[in-house]
Design a protein around this ligand. Structure first.
Ligand code: ATP
Length: 400
């Protein structure tokens, strides 16, 4: 349909970037990126009208997004740069020069191909930089030697594509990447941009192997200040990932924090502030890590001490952010007592409620005040320890 509309408007339109790469590889990819040789906003508005789709435009960038169909699938439109227009009958090297220039701004050859969806040459692959050959050879290659200097975040992207597709970073590209790291250029990546790239990694299966690769390539000091990769993560991280998939997926958790817990559990406390700043994380994030680091020793002792009553475990667990409890569960995977205690906390104890409520306490003639919360908490603990079984026993304890 877009193809027909392109013909009606005499506007050349191409599928570009990751979707072309994935089409050739046979990978699923539903991010449709289109490049328009002409005004992308005008063309997207025309398409939106005909398809009755929702349109969002970004005037300063000359781009637009359409949300199509019941599932509101997104299609992005961008303009190929318009420094000069290809004119009818132009010699071949000038033809498609706008498209070529657009593709030349991209990160790697495998991401710099386009497929025409214009009826006259529908399906034709435009591959100016050898992307197709690199896909066949499984190589990640920059388009020019200054690529990483232009945008050092591409170094992280190189690692993502390398691992995700099982490709290799081509030797010259690798030498440029290492030089970029050595020269400290990664420090120039803006925090929000950095966070986005890391989030893209954290969403992938086996995300930790990407983190390990970033470490191997000496990128950690610029990405995760104060963190290193430790050999026990090789066992810990796969366990954590399994827990996330099997048990934590329905929890309301900060998945960024959760997936970073192993690194953060070993961070030098002095570096925590720098870490939070580097990735533009929240104050809440900072205080959650700080709480964990401050309470970890007590938590681990209580979990392992045979004499700790359930209510004591409950007390200490309830102070710790859930993300770190899942981490501790992975860490104590081989220790039955500690593991079962955390499991009990996560699945049972934190949901235990006393039968009595605030209004019951009022009826019992207990003067209102902060004491209510304290009594209800004591009742909850007594329930967890199986010290009370009935409403009457709760009343007796509350009065005491
Ligand atoms: P994935 O499907 O795994 O997200 P993708 O290639 O679609 O991969 P995006 O981040 O969505 O990744 O980017 C879309 C396209 O935009 C890329 O294929 C690439 O052509 C271009 N691109 C993205 N980031 C950069 C960058 N930092 N420098 C140059 N080009 C980029």
């Amino acid at each position: 349909l877009i193809s027909e509309l392109a013909k009606r408007k005499r506007t050349r339109v191409y599928l570009v970037g990751g979707v072309v790469r994935d089409l050739i590889l046979g990978f699923p990819n539903y991010d449709l990126d289109l490049v328009v040789e002409g005004d992308a906003i005008e063309f997207a508005s025309f398409v939106a009208q005909k398809l009755e789709a929702k349109l969002v435009t970004y005037q300063p960038f000359g781009t637009a997004s359409l949300f199509v169909g019941e599932r509101k699938r997104r299609i992005d439109f961008a303009s190929a740069r318009q420094e000069f227009y290809a004119y009818p009958g132009a010699p071949p090297q000038v033809e498609h020069s706008n498209l070529r220039r657009d593709l030349f701004r991209r990160d790697f050859t495998i991401n710099a191909m386009a497929i025409s969806i214009y009826p006259d040459d529908w399906g034709e692959l435009f591959d100016f930089f050898g992307g197709f050959k690199d896909l066949q050879k499984k190589l990640i290659r920059v388009l020019h030697p200054l690529s990483f200097v232009e945008d050092p975040a591409r170094a992280i992207r190189a690692v993502r594509f390398e691992k995700k597709y099982g490709f290799q970073i081509e030797p010259f590209t690798m030498s440029l990447l290492k030089q970029t790291v050595r020269e400290g250029l990664l420090a120039k990546i803006k925090p929000d941009r950095l966070k986005e790239e890391i989030q893209l990694i954290l969403r992938l299966p086996g995300f930790y192997s990407y983190l390990q690769r970033l470490y191997q390539l000496d990128m950690f000091p610029y990405l995760f200040p104060g963190c290193v990769w430790k050999s026990d993560y090789d066992i810990l991280y796969p366990r954590l990932e399994r827990l996330i998939q099997e048990e934590a997926s329905t929890e309301r958790l900060d998945f960024f924090l959760l997936k970073m817990t192993p690194l953060l559990s070993d961070i030098q406390f002095d570096s925590l502030e720098a870490f939070v700043e580097r990735l533009h994380l929240s104050k809440r994030f900072y205080s959650q890590v700080k709480t964990y680091l401050g309470r970890r020793t007590v938590l681990e002792r209580i979990l392992q001490e045979k004499t700790s009553p359930p209510s004591r475990v409950f007390e200490v667990c309830s102070e710790i952010p859930l993300e770190f409890l899942y981490f501790t569960l992975a860490k104590f995977h081989d220790q039955d007592l500690a593991r079962e205690r955390i499991r009990n906390y996560l699945t049972k104890w934190r949901f235990v409620k006393p039968e009595l409520t605030g209004s019951d306490l009022k009826q019992l003639g207990i003067p209102q005040g902060p004491i209510y919360a304290k009594i209800l908490r004591e009742l909850q603990k007594a329930r967890i320890d199986n010290l009370v079984y009935s409403r009457e026993e709760e009343i007796a304890l509350a009065i005491k």
